[in-house]
Design a protein around this ligand. Structure first.
Ligand SMILES: [Fe+2]
Length: 339
C-alpha cells in the first residue's frame, strides 16, 4: 500500500507537469506540485459524507464521532453539511416519523456541533419503497421544518456560505431510469424519463446563468467516474460530463461507491471527488490510484471543504479524523496537490 501510494504520487507529479504544459496551450486546467498548509483567514467550512444511513450504524457512529472531534479540535463553525445520498438503507417504516431520524441523523450529527443546514440529495437506496417511498419521506421531513435537514426538491441549487457566498452548489438527483424508458417496478424505482429530461433542461439553464460566485460545484449521489465497483456511469458521462466541462465546474461531488476518491483527467476543468465512507460496508476498489488518481482508498471517512474567494481546499479525513488526502483549487482551475 505504501509503495502504491508512493508510485501514485510520483505518477501524479509527472501528470502535474504535463498539465502545466497543457495550461500554456490554452487549457483552463493546470496543476502544480506544491505545499499548502494552515487555514486561510476568513474561510468558510462545510463537511460532507455519503452512504451513511446504514441499518447497522457502528461505522456510521465512528465517522460521526470523528467529525465532531475534528470540528472541536480545529475550533471552526461548520456552516453546512452535505449528505451525499444513500441516506436510508433498509426499512423506514415510520416514514417521516421514524425513530431513525432522531438516532441516525439529529443525534448522530448533533445541532450542538453542526448548527447549519444539512443539504441532502437522494441515492439509490432512498429510491426504495420500505414500505413507502423513503425519498418522499425525506422531502416531507424537510418540509415539516424544525430540522436542519434541507431538501426542497429532488434537484435544487444553493450558495455557500449563506452570507457573502463564494460557491454555487447545484444539487442533482442521479437516479436515472433504465435507458429503455421503462421505470423499475417493485421496491426499487428511479426518476421517470420525464423527470430525467426536466432535470437536464433545468441543469443547463442553471449553468447558463451569469456566475455570481468564484466557484461552481455540482453534486449527485452517483459518481460520473469511479475507481470503485460501480465504475463510470454511462448515462452521466453522456449527459452531465460535457456540461461540467463546458461550464468549467470546479468540483463534482458524489458517493455511491463506499470509499474515498479524487480523480483528475488531463485537460478537464472538473475535479471528481467521491466521499462514500460515511457508514455502509466498504467496497473493494477495482482501479488502483496508480492507474487513475491521484487518490482512491477503501476507507471510512468524511470530507471537509474549506472556501475563500481565492481558494477551495478539499480534505478527505478517516474515521479517526486523520488526514488521508487533500488538494486545493483556484478559480481558474489550477489544482495544487497537498497530500
Ligand atoms: Fe448508492
Amino acid at each position: 500500500m505504501i509503495q502504491n501510494e508512493v508510485l501514485s504520487r510520483r505518477r501524479f507529479l509527472r501528470q502535474s507537469f504535463a498539465f502545466s504544459a497543457l495550461a500554456g496551450l490554452g487549457s483552463l486546467t493546470s496543476f502544480a506540485a506544491s505545499k499548502h498548509s494552515g487555514s486561510p483567514a476568513g474561510s468558510s467550512r462545510l463537511l460532507m459524507l455519503g452512504d451513511w444511513g446504514y441499518e447497522n450504524f457502528e461505522a456510521q457512529s465512528r465517522v460521526a464521532s470523528a467529525m465532531q472531534a475534528y470540528v472541536r479540535q480545529q475550533n471552526f463553525a461548520t456552516q453546512a453539511l452535505l449528505m451525499l445520498g444513500d441516506n436510508w438503507y433498509g426499512p423506514l417504516p415510520g416514514g417521516v416519523k421514524d425513530v431513525r431520524w432522531q438516532s441516525q441523523f439529529e443525534q448522530m450529527y448533533p445541532k450542538t456541533v453542526f448548527d447549519c443546514p444539512a443539504y441532502a440529495i437522494p441515492g439509490n437506496h432512498d429510491y426504495q419503497r420500505m414500505p413507502q417511498s423513503k425519498v418522499a419521506a425525506e422531502l416531507e421531513y424537510a418540509k415539516a421544518g424544525g430540522t436542519r435537514w434541507t431538501m426542497p426538491s429532488l434537484w435544487y441549487s444553493f450558495q455557500f456560505p449563506l452570507k457573502n457566498p463564494q460557491v454555487t452548489i447545484i444539487a442533482l438527483d442521479s437516479n436515472m431510469p433504465n435507458p429503455d424508458g421503462k421505470q423499475a417496478a417493485g421496491v426499487n424505482f428511479t426518476l421517470t424519463p420525464a423527470q430525467q429530461a426536466e432535470q437536464l433542461t433545468w441543469l443547463e439553464a442553471e449553468l447558463n446563468k451569469p456566475r455570481t460566485t468564484p466557484f461552481l460545484v455540482v453534486m449527485g449521489h452517483h459518481p460520473i467516474f469511479s475507481n470503485g465497483p460501480h465504475g463510470d456511469n454511462k448515462i452521466l458521462v453522456r449527459d452531465w460530463e460535457p456540461l461540467l466541462r463546458k461550464h468549467n465546474v470546479h468540483l463534482y461531488l458524489a458517493g455511491h461507491d463506499h470509499d474515498m476518491q479524487h480523480l483528475e483527467f488531463e485537460g478537464h476543468p472538473t475535479s471528481f471527488v467521491l466521499s462514500g465512507g460515511g457508514g455502509a460496508d466498504l467496497y473493494p476498489l477495482l482501479i488502483d490510484e496508480a492507474q487513475r488518481g491521484p487518490y482512491a482508498q477503501r476507507v471510512y471517512g468524511f470530507s471537509d471543504l474549506e472556501v475563500t474567494p481565492e481558494l477551495l481546499t478539499l480534505r478527505h479525513l478517516d474515521e479517526k479524523g486523520q488526514l488521508l488526502h487533500a488538494f486545493t483549487k483556484q478559480p481558474d482551475g489550477t489544482v495544487h496537490f497537498i497530500s
